[in-house]
Ligand binder design. Structure first.
Ligand code: ISE
Length: 324
């Protein structure tokens, strides 16, 4: 049986999720669309119902589960509306634009007593990241001591404000680092380069590991995400994730995509397929609402540290048993 998916928000990511649902996701179909810009919604609908507001999409009996890809500030209230309707959600990261709002989502899910939320931290589905986790968990690298991350975007979107390099971009490294290391972050230091970027963020984990991240959202030359895990017996890192090899002007080399969609295409596809399978089985995969809350809480405290003394002792409440 094919399940009907509604997509809320048809910007870069919503349009990509709609495309993956239409062409590359067995067992599910794009049943409904909403975007505040009706023409933009219509452009990706291709036969799916275009709803005039997100509430009627969530309530519709054509819609079994919902993908939320609208602006960050709408994620928490839409996610809570889906929980109230008892419908599973794949919500784009971040789960909310503040830690307090993310915690309200966690509380709503805990109140319901079952997990309906997956947060779209898609690196957990990327073949390279998964291989690093597999090798680390197999133990051949010895104990982990350091994780180096690099997160470079060509340019920040117009709507990015200062802290969004942390609350919208660096949240990926918070989630991926917790997931890869199986550790919790306990403290952080942050410093900004000339003119405010790049940011250098160093976190310490509850096992004393170091996690360093460069976040450079106006790096110009291309979209480039890198990670290297250093263990006591060896290291493992992503190989250059280039799509093509370019020869020109008596030089040759790997090329970089303009943004994250081509780089993480396979991760988005696997994320959607695994989410659909989990929805059908009444199970859950990927980053939970709790993981989404922790990422947003850490991001908010590091953004606060950037505006203050550059140092943060990271705090978040105890994990509810629903997420054990
Ligand atoms: C964007 O929203 C993403 O999720 C990308 O993966 C990230 O690299 C970019 O910095 C974010 O703005």
């Amino acid at each position: 049986m094919s399940i009907g998916i509604g997509v809320i928000g048809t910007g870069v990511m919503g349009a990509e999720h709609a495309r993956i649902l239409r062409h590359e996701t067995p067992g599910a179909h794009l049943a409904g669309i909403f975007d505040a810009d009706a023409a933009r919604a219509q452009a990706v609908a291709s036969g799916a119902t275009v709803f005039s507001d997100p509430q009627s999409l969530i309530a519709s009996d054509q819609i079994d589960a919902i993908v939320i890809a609208s602006p960050d500030s709408t994620h928490a209230s839409l996610t809570r509306a889906c929980i109230a309707a008892g419908k599973p959600v794949l919500c784009e990261k971040p789960l909310a634009s503040s830690a307090a709002d993310a915690l309200e989502v966690v509380k709503a899910e805990v109140g319901l007593g079952r997990k309906l939320i997956q947060v779209g931290y898609m690196r957990r589905f990327d073949p390279g990241y998964r291989e690093i986790k597999r090798v680390k968990d197999a133990g051949s690298l010895g104990g982990s001591v350091l994780l180096h991350n690099v997160h470079r975007n060509v340019r920040a979107p117009d709507w990015f404000n200062g802290p969004m390099a942390i609350t919208n971009s660096f949240v990926h490294e918070i989630d991926a680092s917790r997931w890869l290391l199986g550790s919790e972050m306990v403290s952080a230091r942050v410093a900004a380069g000339p003119g405010g970027e790049p940011l250098m963020i160093t976190m310490k984990t509850d096992k004393d590991e170091l996690v360093s991240t460069e976040v450079f959202v106006n790096a110009s030359y291309g979209y480039h995400v890198h990670v290297e895990l250093v263990g006591r017996q060896g290291t493992i890192s992503l190989a250059p994730a280039s799509l093509t090899l370019l020869n020109r002007d008596r030089a040759g080399g790997l090329s970089y995509p303009d943004n994250w969609v081509p780089r993480f295409e396979e991760a988005y596809r696997r994320q959607m397929a695994d989410w659909v399978s989990a929805v059908k089985a009444g199970a859950s995969v990927g980053a939970s609402a709790w993981d989404g809350y922790v990422a947003s809480a850490i991001a908010e405290q590091i953004a606060g540290a950037l505006a203050g003394g550059g140092v943060a002792t990271l705090k978040y409440g105890p994990r509810p048993p629903l997420y054990d």
